[in-house]
Design a protein. Structure first.
Length: 406
């Protein structure tokens, strides 16, 4: 029997959009729809997959949205502002007192609109903290730490965090920067990590793997996924340059985003013999692609702790592969790597350390590390996460303010 309270999920990214954020929000919406009425305000046009249509599934309302490329900062900012404004007015129409609205930090203006609309309508609001703004923009060098824009965003964050009823973090390192805001209280914070979409189990290094068989080297180093402003593509390329005379080691790169365009430009100029690119890998080929490399790199810029968590990390563990993480040691993924013996953590900006970690990985006990990776991946389980989200939604429906109830 469904409760009377309605759940509204507001997300720019939702199926048929292929992004990780879209998949996560769809999983949550469909899980909660088993117990409550769920409405999704989606900024992703197109037909939904058949598995998300029918009785017991969310009702999806398309919000007009035109997404500019990440490199077009001004146009992207305007389009994201318009999407946030349209979502605000849609929420004003949809929400009633006692409802719950759930959103995510993409685009960064959306949470402000959601918190304001929920406050005006007497609804409860929750934010999934994938990235912390303006910290992400400061980390990427787009904003200065003491600029007027940065200070304005931090002030707006204090108001938003005061209005929100719950903030879901996907990394333990996010709590400290969140608590630096006057509007945030520890009892509002819930830690629900993301999960592996692939079934945990060590995949063999097969010589006939379609992504591996054309490469002459014994040891393949992989890089996959979106490389945005928070990532450092140059450190990967410089490590490849340092290892160019070691024929047993080869770099296999596939992804998208401004960082990959930079990598392609660097390779066009240097033509390193130990670097290969493949096109963006579709979901049906993801398992084979992740199983093709001996080692995977996740290259962050400095100051990532508390700002961003790489969702791709969990699938790398699920296929039984070690990782080299370029990151501060206190970041969530770095903590997981060190605590479980899953690979190496390298200081941001140190290509020499990255090259040495790759050399060490090529000599390490792969079987033992694969076993530890798979064991760690089993802890990041979809069912556990979905039950945690469902439990939080139920609590928000019952309690007007989690911070005072706990």
């Amino acid at each position: 029997m469904q409760s009377q309270g309605k759940i509204v999920v507001a997300s720019q990214h939702y199926p048929p959009d292929p992004s990780t954020t879209a998949a996560i929000m769809a999983e949550i919406a469909c899980r909660v729809a088993g117990d409550h009425e769920v409405v999704v305000l989606s900024g992703s046009p197109g037909a939904l997959p058949a598995s998300q249509i029918g009785p017991g599934k969310p009702r999806v309302i398309a919000i007009k949205n035109r997404m500019a490329g990440k490199a077009a900062l001004v146009r992207r900012g305007v389009s994201e502002l318009l999407f946030a404004a349209r979502t605000f007015f849609a929420l004003i129409r949809e929400l009633k007192a006692g409802d719950v609205v759930l959103t995510v930090t993409a685009p960064f203006m959306l949470p402000y609109a959601v918190a304001a609309a929920a406050k005006l309508k007497g609804a409860r609001s929750a934010l999934i903290m994938h990235d912390l703004f303006p910290d992400v923009l400061v980390m990427a060098g787009i904003l200065k730490p003491g600029s007027i824009v940065t200070r304005t965003m931090r002030f707006a964050n204090s108001l938003m965090f005061r209005a929100l009823n719950a903030v879901i973090t996907i990394g333990r390192d996010a709590e400290q920067p969140l608590l630096s805001y006057s509007g945030m209280r520890r009892n509002k914070i819930r830690f629900i990590p993301n999960w592996a979409t692939l079934v945990p189990g060590a995949r063999p290094l097969a010589s006939d793997n379609p992504f591996r068989k054309a490469l002459p080297a014994r040891f393949i180093v992989g890089l996959s996924g979106n490389l945005g402003f928070t990532h450092d593509p140059e450190i990967v390329f410089e490590a490849a340059r340092l290892l160019r005379d070691e024929p047993d080691i080869h770099f296999l790169l596939s992804g998208w985003g401004i960082g990959f365009e930079q990598l392609k430009q660097l390779q066009a100029e240097a033509n390193l013999p130990n670097v290969s690119f493949v096109g963006r890998v579709e979901d049906v080929e993801l398992e084979a692609f992740l199983a093709s490399a001996n080692l995977w790199i996740i290259p962050y810029r400095k100051d990532v702790a508390g700002v961003s968590v790489p969702s791709r990390f969990y699938n790398l563990l699920a296929v039984g592969r070690p990782v080299v993480l370029v990151s501060e040691p206190e970041a969530e993924a770095a903590l997981t790597v060190v605590e479980n013996g899953l690979g190496w953590v390298v200081t941001p900006g140190r290509a020499d350390q990255l090259a040495e970690a790759i050399r060490a990985a090529s000599r390490a006990d792969a079987a033992a590390m694969a076993e530890r990776a798979v064991k760690a991946a089993t802890r990041f389980d979809r069912t556990v996460a979905m039950n945690a989200y469902a439990g939080l939604i139920d609590e928000l429906l019952r309690n007007p303010d989690l911070a005072e109830q706990r």
